[in-house]
Design a protein around this ligand. Structure first.
Ligand code: FAD
Ligand code: FES
Length: 251
């Protein structure tokens, strides 16, 4: 359900190079958000809203966590927000990951860069609401870009991979995901080339992928975010995604 809301900033903390964690208050979003859903943020001076995944929620404190990389004007502006400031958002938006999953599944979560925050929301909720076995593989460019390692470690076995080998395993997530041969299902979020490689490497098990590609309107009207499907149709990431069954889409 897409609804306009105000979030009240509680804190903004730098947690890695150019990467910020914002905690903001909004009771409806904290109660309703599913892992994989995002908020569409209005940033003054910018016509288009910015989509940012919900990284965690805590309904007991009405808080919503967002983790974002300050890459352009909008996200840089957002990183300078101060406690007490108000943010105009639409959300929770999109279709998220289902956490209605059988207890005997052994899941593999794979996140790359800013695809890690929605994977954390999913890992946290799966660990709170099920006793499922979770293994996570997280890819970053370099050591200083790594975040949420401890948080993932608290939930299950976690492997870090860096492009330059400065921390964890040297390489990309697909160099190691094939090792986890006992996994029955995977969930992944990250850049399109990563998702394409993950889908190909793990084609023997079912998977769901979440795409963080460019959006325009964010409400299904402009077709800026379309993704081809294997049956020669198109799906809109903003309204029909961002989470899709991997076998159903052409990445
Ligand atoms: C569903 C979804 C969830 C996302 N979740 C996160 C997250 O949790 N953390 C995070 O750091 N980033 C996330 N992104 C990417 C984030 O939206 C962009 O980094 C951000 O919009 C860039 O805005 P900007 O003003 O800094 O950059 P600019 O380059 O100034 O943005 C210009 C325009 O391009 C769009 N845009 C630019 N880069 C991207 C991109 N990579 N993806 C989508 N739109 C882009 C912007 O929204 C804006 O409309 C997500 C994207 C999507 C689609
Ligand atoms: S962003 Fe306009 S249709 Fe998806």
């Amino acid at each position: 359900m897409r609804k306009r809301e105000t979030m009240s900033v509680l804190s903004v903390t730098q947690i890695a190079t150019d990467t910020f964690e914002m905690i903001a208050e909004n009771s409806r979003i904290s109660e309703q958000a599913k892992p994989g859903q995002f908020v569409h943020i209005y940033i003054p001076g910018h016509t288009l809203r910015r989509p940012i995944s919900i990284a965690a929620v805590d309904p007991s404190t009405a808080s919503v966590s967002l983790v974002f990389k300050a890459i352009g004007d909008g996200t840089k502006q957002l990183s300078n927000y101060l406690p007490g400031m108000q943010i105009d958002v639409l959300g929770p938006n999109g279709n998220g990951f289902s956490i209605d999953i059988s207890e005997d599944e052994r899941v593999l979560l794979i996140g790359g860069g800013v695809g890690v925050p929605p994977m954390y929301h999913l890992a946290k909720r799966l660990s709170e609401e099920t006793s499922i076995d979770i293994v996570s593989v997280l890819g970053f460019q370099t050591k200083n870009a790594v975040f949420y390692e401890e948080e993932f470690n608290r939930i299950g076995e976690t492997y870090i991979v860096t492009d330059d080998g400065s921390y964890g395993t040297h390489g990309v997530v697909t160099d190691i995901v094939g090792q986890f041969t006992d996994r029955t299902q995977y969930f992944s979020c990250g850049p399109l080339p990563m998702l394409r490689a993950v889908k190909s490497k793990l084609s023997h098990i079912p998977g769901k992928v979440s795409l963080e590609e460019r959006m325009g309107c964010g409400v299904g009207a402009c077709m800026a975010c379309v993704l081809p499907t294997v049956d020669n149709h198109y799906k809109k990431i903003c309204s029909e995604g961002p989470v899709f069954v991997a076998e159903e889409v052409v990445l």
